[in-house]
Ligand binder design. Sequence first.
Ligand code: ADP
Length: 585
Amino acid sequence: MEASAKIRSHTYVVVLVFLATLAAFGYYANSVRNTVRNDTMLAFQQQIRVIDTATQSRLALYESILRGGAGLTATDKSMTQTDWQTYFASFNFTKEFPEVEGVGFDRYVPAAQLPAFLQEMQAQNPNFSIMPSGDRDTYVPNTYLAKYPATDQLTGYDGYTDPVRRVAMNKAASTGMPTMSGYVAMQGGISSSPSSFIIYLPVYNSGASLHTPAQRQAALYGFVSLAVDVNKFVTSLVQQNPNANFGLSWHDNQKPMDGNAVYRTGNFTALSNQPGSIKQSIPFTLYQHNWEVTAVAGPNVVPASERDRPLNTIFWGLLASIVLAGVVWLLISSREFLLNRQKQLEVQSAKDDLLSLASHQLRTPATVVKQYVGMLLQGYGGELTQKQTGMLKHAYDSNERQLQIINQLLYVARLDAGRITLHKEKTDIRELLEQVFHEQMVESRQRHQKLFYRQPKKAVSAEVDPQYFHMAIDNLVSNAIKYTPEKGSITLSTQKTDEAVLVSIEDNGIGIDAERQKIIFDKFTRLENEMAADVSGSGIGLYLTDQIINLHGGYIEVESTPGKGSTFTVHLPFKTTKPTTDETA
Ligand code: ADP
């Protein structure tokens, strides 16, 4: 597969993994969001239930208070206002029921009975009069009154003149059930706040039959009434379970909703405006009157930690997706890398095998050629003419070069297979250089060059494998001769410093530019230059030399200027930094 196509397919896989992980987390985050939403709803409904329960239990208490009053009026018709107040004083309304404005008794008086009624009342209280005055068919004036706080305890107010109260009284009378009025905006009688509701409990003449509405209307004696301040009522309910994140708005359902709330908790508007708040309107009937409560829960009704869970899930999901995609990318890349590496090793091994095989096969016939040509030159095949001798010498030299290259190839094959073992011993480097100098003298003379050996005065010795080290220096001197034109000069020298033994081969030949100095030690590298065509070479001499010096724990330094010459310096540090390979042949 082409490299770019491979990268593309890897990218697809990684993107797919990323998207799949993200989708899984997204799905999970959505279910978390639903759970949180359900939790919010549950918390909200829980709040509503709490308020509902509190309302019901409060109203049950009111009903028993009303029934107490009803019992009192039914049993004692000669009761006075003071008796009434004394009876209700025991309930301690101001402390126990601060929302209760008062409890009263309103007598049902058809117009025909009015004179008798007035006479009865004025006998108890000469100042008694009905308010408002005027001729009506029916009067329902208040006769007993206990107000809290105990101001303006004036009886005589006819609540039947207020349409809101009248509706409740009529319903109570005909059903016989406690009945709640809508909120009364009109003050008078027991109601003293601008928004109250009154609960009426009808009282009938004892012994009368009460099966039908008509029978109940005919037997009506009056109503025990209890007025409640809506504000205080709702506040007392909410206060039983104070929650800053929960608000209420209380409406009389008989009236339009346009801002006509009887009561609103202080946080209602702010909570309604908060994004993420939940609102629900619940119509309900209390003592035959329809109300509507709108409840609002702010987003903080569930704790922030819970609320942030979907977002946190998304965040961690994104992070996990990136990490997972990264890991997949790394796995794919490292697998790719390992496969490439394996391939390289296989190719290298095949090359090495081929190299080794080829050089072994070439060496034997080339050696046989050398032997026979040598024998001919030595006269074993009979006397030779001068021309024949000259031709055979050429053949001998070519064969010699061929064998040199084959030998180098063999070394490279062994080296790459890790089958070169150094046998190091303390070696006199001064003497070793002298040998090389004498061996290369013939070659340099043939090229009309001057070969110098700047022999040190003191002996220089180092721990080297004499055979391989000789081969390395020989290669460097041979190169210096090859790449230095006729009449040039080559100088060998050696010295011992504090850290290393140095061997230098300096020539004033063609030189190598800085860029190409970097590649001359690579295997099979021959540079294009004016002498390359004239001199034989395989491009492996420097590779082999460098490897041998490395095996000795040393390195080769090159200083060269094109057209001026080169100096190759072998450094053999005393403290070896690179361990020598110690393997078997
Ligand atoms: P070769 O068999 O070609 O000599 P080497 O590995 O010995 O191969 O050398 C690699 C190349 O380095 C040579 O082809 C030559 O161009 C360059 N080279 C090596 N020694 C010298 C030198 N002393 N002066 C200039 N060039 C050199």
